[in-house]
Design a protein. Structure first.
Length: 177
């Protein structure tokens, strides 16, 4: 059975992992499009915001636009030090430009710190504003297992739902490479 011409929803998945900077490093913690004062930051080409990066990956995957490394590779100096907010806004722009409406995104941060609960609503608002669509945030630990359990870094896993925008002409534009 073919779905040619149908505007079926598409899903994508995204994962991101970054190590914590060494103690005393001048690396601020950016997570879920927020600053986390007093927390040791994560190492990365950009701000290493694992939540925002996983959301970007999920959106890019759902819309057939590749992945974070393809879209914002470390070989492109324009993205050195970029904030997760910037990357998320640009990703959402590209997804819409490729002919999709963003339905919603869910992201889960995996790690021991920082504690997400007290700032969950603020983080969801910040990410949703950057993306222009609803983003839900949750967090969990791995009960001492793996790099997140040993407190070596953070990981995030996201899923996204996008819906092709069907122009009045009846066909959807192909994703932009």
């Amino acid at each position: 059975m073919t779905t040619a011409g149908a505007a079926l929803p598409r899903t994508g998945i995204g994962v991101d992992v970054h190590a914590f900077a060494h103690e005393g490093a001048d690396r601020p913690m950016r997570l879920a499009c927020l600053d986390w004062p007093g927390q040791i930051g994560l190492v990365g080409h950009s701000d290493a915001d694992v939540a925002a990066h996983a959301v970007c990956d999920a959106l890019l995957s759902a819309s057939g636009l590749g992945d974070l490394g393809t879209a914002f590779g470390t070989d492109d100096p324009r993205w050195a030090g970029a904030s997760g907010t910037e990357l998320l806004a640009e990703t959402a722009r590209r997804v819409r430009e490729a002919g999709f409406t963003i339905g919603n995104v869910v992201v889960q941060v995996i790690g021991n710190r920082p504690r997400i609960g007290p700032r969950r609503q603020e983080a969801q608002r910040a990410m949703s504003t950057a993306c222009g669509a609803d983003i839900a945030l949750s967090a969990t630990t791995t009960d001492g297992l793996g790099l997140t359990g040993r407190d070596e870094g953070l990981a995030a896993l996201a899923t996204a739902l996008v819906v092709p925008t069907v122009p009045t002409g009846g066909s959807r534009p192909a994703p932009v490479a």
